[in-house]
Design a binder for this molecule. Structure first.
Ligand code: DX5
Ligand code: ZN
Length: 220
């Protein structure tokens, strides 16, 4: 069965002075999700935005909000983000003292739970939580900034995650985040990814429109 590639534009590369319109534009341009990168200047060396911005953006799109939390501690803030309109919440195991409980807490809110795998995170963490995740997000950059180059050695993790998903028989999305452009998108999809997170390539891509940038990634 051929899987269709879904595109999740990261608003980190959007024009922050016009964030609502940017979210509206990429939604109309064929995006499948809106990726919202939340950074605390502690877990990652950058600051972005919190739940109030997520709530403010909610009326600008009907697409699922795919919220990537790069904050520690993370657990006390889960409800803030679900209340603000998050549909999927992705967390890093390193940001949580009791990671399994954090995933359960996300699921208890009725939202989907994702696990983010950093370049230096071992795939072993996945084995114990396959029953608790709806999404695996393989980071192909070290989290914290947009516009970084794709780390090719992560392709083996994408392939390993795809094999684990297949073996589990569960419906789990396999997403890739960082340095995605039409060239690296092809590598990621060939390795088994079915969702591509892309900031720079969508909001600052070479195409003539957001729609063209999105289609170039989808067809890569
Ligand atoms: C990095 C973020 C990414 C980032 C991707 O910490 O998780 O979502 O916005 O940006 P690009 O697509 O520019 O690499
Ligand atoms: Zn992200």
């Amino acid at each position: 069965m051929q899987r269709s590639t879904r595109i999740s534009p990261s608003v980190l590369a959007a024009n922050f002075a016009r964030l609502g319109e940017e979210v509206e534009s990429v939604s109309a341009a064929g995006a499948d999700y809106i990726h919202l990168d939340v950074m605390d200047g502690h877990f990652v060396p950058n600051l972005s935005f919190g739940p109030d911005i997520v709530r403010a953006l909610r009326p600008y799109s009907d697409l699922p909000f795919d919220v990537h939390l790069m904050i520690t501690p993370v657990e006390p803030y889960i409800e803030d983000f679900t209340d603000a309109g998050a549909d999927i919440i992705t967390v890093h195991p390193e940001a949580s003292t009791h990671f399994e409980r954090t995933l359960q807490r996300i699921r208890q809110t009725g939202r989907k739970a994702g696990i983010a795998i950093n370049p230096d995170t071992s795939m072993e963490v996945l084995e114990d939580v396959m029953d608790l995740v709806d999404l695996i997000l393989v980071m192909t950059v070290n989290p914290g900034f947009g516009g970084q180059p794709f780390i090719e050695s992560q392709l083996t993790k994408i392939a390993a995650a795809r094999a684990l998903i297949q073996a589990s028989g569960k419906t789990i999305d396999l997403s890739v985040d960082g340095g995605i452009n039409p060239g690296t998108a092809e590598l990621a999809v060939t390795a088994g990814a079915d969702v591509l997170v892309a900031g720079t390539a969508v909001f600052r891509g070479d195409g003539t429109s957001y729609a063209q940038n999105i289609e170039r990634l989808r067809n890569a």
